[in-house]
Design a protein around this ligand. Structure first.
Ligand code: ATP
Length: 144
């Protein structure tokens, strides 16, 4: 594998979370390869992101063909389908991707993701809930 582009990041799943993540990484100057199996999502984001491809990310051979092994970092932003998220992380682990980030819906989902090879597990809804709580409380103090 090339692994020459330290700057590149693959984002899999362009739901509300994944598309924002891919957009923010692009604006931060990273080369983003975005993958979604839904042709409508691919069409919708193709003008805003550099590289958007339609593919089923649970297929290891497909990921290899797309050049995913050239990247050091991959984020699995699939949320609702636990099966798709677990199989995608497994495929990435089999491809020896060094840094696999994955989104979890629950503690049990997180446990499975870690056991199949995710290096970092994130809980977007939980993290935002906590942040908004702090934001509200700090604003309450501001106006006291
Ligand atoms: P969000 O909360 O970010 O909107 P969601 O949980 O509502 O996400 P999901 O069903 O998790 O939505 O899907 C997120 C994206 O992942 C969708 O655009 C979906 O097409 C894509 N996706 C799901 N399975 C796969 C797969 N096997 N390969 C590639 N993309 C996938």
């Amino acid at each position: 594998a090339r692994k020459s582009d330290e700057n590149g990041i693959v984002v899999i799943g362009l739901g509300r979370f994944g598309c924002r993540l891919a957009g923010a990484l692009t604006r931060l100057g990273h080369e983003v390869l975005a993958i979604d199996r839904d042709p409508e999502k691919v069409q919708r984001w193709s003008s805003e992101l550099d590289r958007v491809v339609q593919a089923d990310a649970t297929e290891e051979g497909v990921l290899r063909q797309l050049g995913v092994t050239d990247f050091r970092r991959v984020v699995v932003a699939i949320g609702a389908s636990i099966e798709a998220s677990v199989l995608t992380v497994l495929a990435l682990a089999e491809l020896d991707i060094p840094q696999i980030w994955a989104r979890a819906n629950s503690e049990k989902h997180a446990k499975i993701l870690s056991s199949v090879g995710a290096n970092h597990v994130i809980f977007p809804e939980a993290e935002i809930g906590e942040r908004v709580a702090h934001l509200i409380v700090s604003r309450m103090l501001d106006f006291m």
